[in-house]
Design a binder for this molecule. Structure first.
Ligand SMILES: [Zn+2]
Ligand SMILES: [Zn+2]
Length: 130
Protein backbone atom coordinates (compact mmCIF):
# COMPACT_ATOMS: atom_id res chain seq x y z
CA UNK A 1 0.00 0.00 0.00
CA UNK A 2 2.91 2.32 -0.68
CA UNK A 3 1.47 3.95 -3.74
CA UNK A 4 0.33 7.46 -3.09
CA UNK A 5 -1.35 7.66 -6.45
CA UNK A 6 -4.06 5.25 -5.71
CA UNK A 7 -7.52 5.16 -7.18
CA UNK A 8 -10.22 4.17 -4.72
CA UNK A 9 -11.10 0.93 -6.40
CA UNK A 10 -8.53 0.77 -9.09
CA UNK A 11 -9.61 -0.94 -12.23
CA UNK A 12 -7.39 -1.86 -15.07
CA UNK A 13 -9.51 0.24 -17.38
CA UNK A 14 -9.25 3.35 -15.25
CA UNK A 15 -5.50 2.86 -14.89
CA UNK A 16 -5.09 2.41 -18.63
CA UNK A 17 -7.09 5.54 -19.41
CA UNK A 18 -4.97 7.46 -16.90
CA UNK A 19 -1.70 6.09 -18.32
CA UNK A 20 -2.84 7.11 -21.78
CA UNK A 21 -3.61 10.70 -20.93
CA UNK A 22 -1.46 11.64 -17.95
CA UNK A 23 1.49 13.01 -19.95
CA UNK A 24 -0.52 14.08 -22.94
CA UNK A 25 -0.35 17.78 -23.73
CA UNK A 26 -2.49 17.56 -26.82
CA UNK A 27 -5.82 18.03 -25.03
CA UNK A 28 -7.48 15.01 -26.62
CA UNK A 29 -11.19 14.52 -26.95
CA UNK A 30 -12.87 11.41 -25.53
CA UNK A 31 -12.81 9.89 -29.02
CA UNK A 32 -9.08 10.41 -29.32
CA UNK A 33 -8.44 8.87 -25.90
CA UNK A 34 -10.67 5.97 -26.86
CA UNK A 35 -8.67 5.31 -30.03
CA UNK A 36 -5.48 5.08 -28.00
CA UNK A 37 -6.86 3.05 -25.09
CA UNK A 38 -8.36 0.59 -27.54
CA UNK A 39 -4.89 -0.39 -28.75
CA UNK A 40 -4.27 -1.83 -25.29
CA UNK A 41 -7.79 -2.89 -24.36
CA UNK A 42 -9.48 -3.81 -27.64
CA UNK A 43 -12.81 -4.61 -25.99
CA UNK A 44 -13.27 -1.36 -24.14
CA UNK A 45 -16.22 0.79 -25.21
CA UNK A 46 -16.27 4.53 -25.81
CA UNK A 47 -18.81 4.81 -22.98
CA UNK A 48 -16.43 3.15 -20.52
CA UNK A 49 -13.56 5.39 -21.60
CA UNK A 50 -15.83 8.40 -21.18
CA UNK A 51 -16.97 7.29 -17.72
CA UNK A 52 -13.37 6.79 -16.62
CA UNK A 53 -12.43 10.22 -17.96
CA UNK A 54 -15.27 11.71 -15.89
CA UNK A 55 -13.99 9.83 -12.83
CA UNK A 56 -10.55 11.33 -13.34
CA UNK A 57 -12.15 14.76 -13.64
CA UNK A 58 -14.07 14.14 -10.40
CA UNK A 59 -10.80 13.13 -8.71
CA UNK A 60 -9.18 16.33 -9.92
CA UNK A 61 -6.64 14.53 -12.05
CA UNK A 62 -8.00 15.95 -15.27
CA UNK A 63 -9.86 19.03 -16.18
CA UNK A 64 -12.41 19.10 -18.89
CA UNK A 65 -12.43 22.03 -21.24
CA UNK A 66 -15.03 23.15 -23.68
CA UNK A 67 -12.86 24.39 -26.52
CA UNK A 68 -14.43 25.25 -29.79
CA UNK A 69 -17.16 22.72 -30.31
CA UNK A 70 -15.88 19.80 -28.30
CA UNK A 71 -14.86 18.64 -24.85
CA UNK A 72 -11.14 18.21 -24.34
CA UNK A 73 -9.40 16.52 -21.43
CA UNK A 74 -6.35 18.09 -19.88
CA UNK A 75 -4.05 16.51 -17.28
CA UNK A 76 -2.70 19.94 -16.39
CA UNK A 77 -5.17 20.81 -13.65
CA UNK A 78 -3.64 24.05 -12.46
CA UNK A 79 -5.34 27.08 -13.96
CA UNK A 80 -4.04 28.04 -17.33
CA UNK A 81 -5.15 29.35 -20.66
CA UNK A 82 -5.13 27.94 -24.14
CA UNK A 83 -4.10 28.74 -27.66
CA UNK A 84 -6.21 27.06 -30.28
CA UNK A 85 -5.21 26.70 -33.91
CA UNK A 86 -8.20 27.32 -36.10
CA UNK A 87 -6.66 25.39 -38.99
CA UNK A 88 -5.74 22.10 -37.34
CA UNK A 89 -7.64 22.36 -34.01
CA UNK A 90 -4.50 21.71 -32.00
CA UNK A 91 -4.63 23.11 -28.49
CA UNK A 92 -1.58 24.51 -26.70
CA UNK A 93 -1.19 25.33 -23.04
CA UNK A 94 -0.65 28.94 -22.18
CA UNK A 95 0.75 29.58 -18.74
CA UNK A 96 0.85 33.17 -17.64
CA UNK A 97 3.79 34.16 -15.46
CA UNK A 98 1.75 36.53 -13.39
CA UNK A 99 -1.88 35.76 -13.98
CA UNK A 100 -2.95 39.39 -14.00
CA UNK A 101 -6.52 40.02 -13.20
CA UNK A 102 -8.97 40.56 -15.96
CA UNK A 103 -11.50 43.08 -14.75
CA UNK A 104 -14.79 43.05 -16.53
CA UNK A 105 -16.02 46.52 -17.43
CA UNK A 106 -19.50 45.78 -16.25
CA UNK A 107 -20.91 43.18 -13.89
CA UNK A 108 -24.56 42.25 -13.68
CA UNK A 109 -26.51 44.70 -11.57
CA UNK A 110 -27.34 42.13 -8.93
CA UNK A 111 -23.68 41.28 -8.54
CA UNK A 112 -21.47 38.38 -9.43
CA UNK A 113 -18.57 36.90 -7.51
CA UNK A 114 -15.76 35.92 -9.85
CA UNK A 115 -13.72 32.92 -8.77
CA UNK A 116 -11.87 32.06 -11.95
CA UNK A 117 -11.51 32.87 -15.58
CA UNK A 118 -10.31 30.93 -18.54
CA UNK A 119 -9.25 32.41 -21.84
CA UNK A 120 -8.89 30.74 -25.18
CA UNK A 121 -6.88 32.54 -27.84
CA UNK A 122 -7.64 31.54 -31.41
CA UNK A 123 -5.22 31.80 -34.27
CA UNK A 124 -2.85 29.84 -36.48
CA UNK A 125 -0.06 27.60 -35.20
CA UNK A 126 3.43 27.74 -36.64
CA UNK A 127 2.95 24.51 -38.55
CA UNK A 128 -0.21 25.73 -40.23
CA UNK A 129 1.14 29.24 -40.88
CA UNK A 130 4.09 28.10 -42.94
ZN1 LIG B 1 -2.41 24.40 -36.76
ZN1 LIG C 1 -4.24 22.84 -21.09
Amino acid sequence: MAARHKFGRQTKQLATVWQTIKDDQSHPTADQVYERVRRQLPNISLGTVYRNLQKLVANNRLQVLMLGRSQHFDPLVERHHHLICESCDRVFDLLLESPGEIRPALLPEDGFTITAHHSAFYGTCKRCAS
